[in-house]
Structure formats: C-alpha cells, structure tokens
Design a protein. Structure first.
Length: 266
C-alpha cells in the first residue's frame, strides 16, 4: 500500500511538472543551448543511460556482489523512466526543434511510452500463474469457512459455492494458454461482474462484520478469477514487449548521439 501511494505521488508530481512546463514552454527561462536548459539535457541523457542498470542487475549472477536488489533496481528503473524524459522535455522546451532534435525527442517519447506499457503488463503477471491459482483457491476456502458460520443469517453456503466454482474452473483452464486467456479477458470479465452483482445482492446488508467480510471476499474472489484468466494473455504480451523494448532503447541512444554530434559540430 505504501509503495502504491508513493508511486502515485511520483506520477502525480511528474504529470504536474509536465503540465507546468507545457504551459510555460514559450518563456525564456530555459534555453537548450546554455545554462539550466543545457544542463537538463545532460542530466536527462545520463538518467536514461542509468536505466540500463536494471537489465544488467537482473542478469548478474547470484554469486556476483551487486549493489542493490533486483526489486530496488526495478523501482529505480521506473523512477528514472519518468524523471529522465521529464528533464529532456524541459531541455527541448516541449518542442520538436530541428530534424535531429525531433528524432531524439520522438525516440525518447516512444521508449518512455513503451516503459509504461511494460509496467502495466508486469503488474498483471508478476505473481506468476501458480501464485494466481493459489490466491484464487485460498480466497474460496476463506469464503467457504465464513459462509458456514453465516448460514444462520439466511445465506446458503452450498448455493454460493456452487455459483462461484465454475468460474474458478474456467479461470484455471483459460490461464494456461494464450488464446483461451485472450478470450477469457472479455468473456469472464463480463460474466464475473454480472455474477458478482447478483451474488452480492443476495448477501444481506447490515453492520454484522461477518456479512461485510463475505461481501469483500466475494469481490476479491471475482477479481482473482479475472487476474488468473488473464495471466497467459499478459504474460505473452510481456514477453513480446521485452523483445521490442531494448532495441527501441538502443535506437534512442543512437538518436541521442546523433543529436549531440549535430548540435556541437554545426
């Protein structure tokens, strides 16, 4: 939770800085050829190069005395992937400029956008398929135990379990293959929301903490069904993304070098 709040705070600050820079892009307080504007170009370029620390750390052998954990480098990688492009945008004064500048800026925007897409895919698969199935079954077991204690309140345990069991079976089958998972992203996404609304409507409303817990567990269960079914789909997309992201980054490096050479030679 704390990490999510921190991530949202950083993203909000970056977006605010982008809006501020766009609104003041015609002012003369930043000049890309000298002073702080020139320095921001160097800082942004260096930060983008430091992004390579994450893939290098991932490939480091366990016996290697590496600085920082893979998790730390991943979070640092995401942070630099926002701050580095922000510095370059300010350096460029939010404009394309000459052809070599436009190529470098365009390549940076593509790479930064690609990083955000990759982060989304990663968030859908980082626990792994086995972890998704365990989460799904654990939630159902917790709900089953709670329903047994609430039968006196008018909840029919067998009816609820029978209603949700087919979704678990379908999610596990769908999550094992790309195309079945792709279809399940739509079909189970719609059906689980309909079923959740129907089942939640059958749970009595009240201040009883156990009733509130059952409602929360039903919501979590159907969320877990969708995440399990989506796993293979997003896992495949993440693998394809990895094949494209690094070449795009090297194209960015080449475009940046061309820009630096052109600026200082001509």
């Amino acid at each position: 939770m704390i990490e999510r709040i921190a991530s949202l705070a950083v993203l909000g600050a970056v977006l605010a800085a982008v809006v501020y820079g766009w609104l003041h892009r015609y002012e003369d307080w930043i000049n890309p050829e000298r002073g702080i504007g020139y320095a921001l170009g160097i800082i942004g370029g260096v930060l983008m190069l430091v992004l390579l620390g994450y893939p290098l750390r991932k490939r480091a052998k366990r016996t290697t005395r590496a600085v920082g954990s893979v998790g730390f480098w991943f979070r640092f990688h995401m942070f630099l992937g926002l701050v580095g492009p922000l510095a370059i945008l300010y350096h460029a004064r939010f404009s394309w400029g000459a052809l070599n500048s436009a190529m470098a800026l365009g390549a940076m925007i593509v790479v930064a956008s690609s990083g955000l897409v990759g982060r989304f895919f990663y968030s859908r698969v980082h626990r792994g398929y086995s972890g998704r199935k365990l989460e799904l079954r654990s939630l159902k077991q917790e709900m089953d135990a709670m329903l047994m204690r609430l039968e006196a309140a008018g909840l029919n345990r067998d009816t609820v379990i029978a209603a949700i069991q087919p979704f678990e079976d379908r999610a596990v089958r769908a999550g094992s293959g790309f195309w079945t998972s792709a279809g399940a992203v739509i079909s189970l996404g719609i059906e689980t929301r309909i079923a959740a609304r129907r089942l939640l409507g059958s749970v009595p409303r009240g201040a009883d903490r156990r009733l509130i817990t059952v409602r929360e567990q039903l919501t979590e269960y159907f969320d877990a069904v969708r995440r399990t079914a989506e796993f293979a789909f997003y896992d495949r997309l993440l693998r394809l993304w990895h094949l494209l992201h690094l070449p795009l980054f090297f194209l960015l490096v080449a475009a940046a070098i061309l820009h630096i050479v052109a600026v200082h030679m001509y």
